[in-house]
Design a binder for this molecule. Sequence first.
Ligand code: BDR
Ligand code: CA
Length: 311
Amino acid sequence: MKKIILDVDPGHDDAVAIILAEAEENIDVLGITVVSGNNSLENTLNNTLKICTHLKIDTPVYSGMDMPMVRDRFLSTESIGNVHGETGLDGPVFGEITKKPEDTHAVNYIIDTIKNSKEKITVVATGPLSNIGMSLRLEPKIIENIEEIVIMGGAYGTGNVTPSAEFNIIADPEAAHVVFSSGLPIVMMGLDLTRQAKATKEVVDKIGTVGNKASKLIVDLMEFFTKTQKDFFGWEAPPVHDPTTIAYLIDPSMFEFVECNVQISLEHGMTYGRTVCDMHHATELPRNTKVATKIDFDKFWNLVYENVKKY
Ligand code: BDR
Ligand code: CA
């Protein structure tokens, strides 16, 4: 049983990551920490509470950083392709939110939980890395008790916000730098990988046949996400980035990787926020990251389907 802290900024695909992680019996989600990214913290927190209320998820939720560590605020509503809509989770209709967040700040929760755990903890991050970067700066000792950090972010090919940068990294490049230079074992699910995890019509229809609350929620989320991803990027089906991190924890054999050096570009030009990946080992720099390159499409969506049935 893997003990994880799940750091999110829902987000249509973050919602699917939460659904997958909470249903999987080999994963123990100790806490969900929330960061601003796809939308303001107020909205990403509300979206997390909506999902948890709707699906009766009782994992404690912690509110975290509303601002990046250094740069000015950059929300996906401010990027050219605002694929998540005004609330950050447009599409589904939710009832009244009854779940409440905990009083502790997410950064304090992350530090205390990792420091006090008898077993090593895995950190999964599907939003900008502000909460994780702050935790590492405030208490670097937690590194010793982190199993690995699995990130959705970056790309070794093209970005989705600038030609170089992917959203989660450019939203807080300095925090990403703290994480990638920490010495922690990192697994990176970048756009090159997640663009292979598209929710095609067949995939969504099959999940829809389950007919429970989680299945209906995914269908509604994907209806909206399909439209915006088509309008902004021209994809016929939307890449569902974030749950690939959870799929890796459940069955790493469905992925292929290149282990290499990854650094974050902090130059304030066209490369700001790029994950510079030494995929061909042009340098002898430490191989700090497992960069995912391929996913088994059928296995991935079957895993989601099987877990949706458990709601
Ligand atoms: C990432 O950015 C967000 O919009 C998604 O939730 C995902 O985490 C993809 O670039
Ligand atoms: Ca996200």
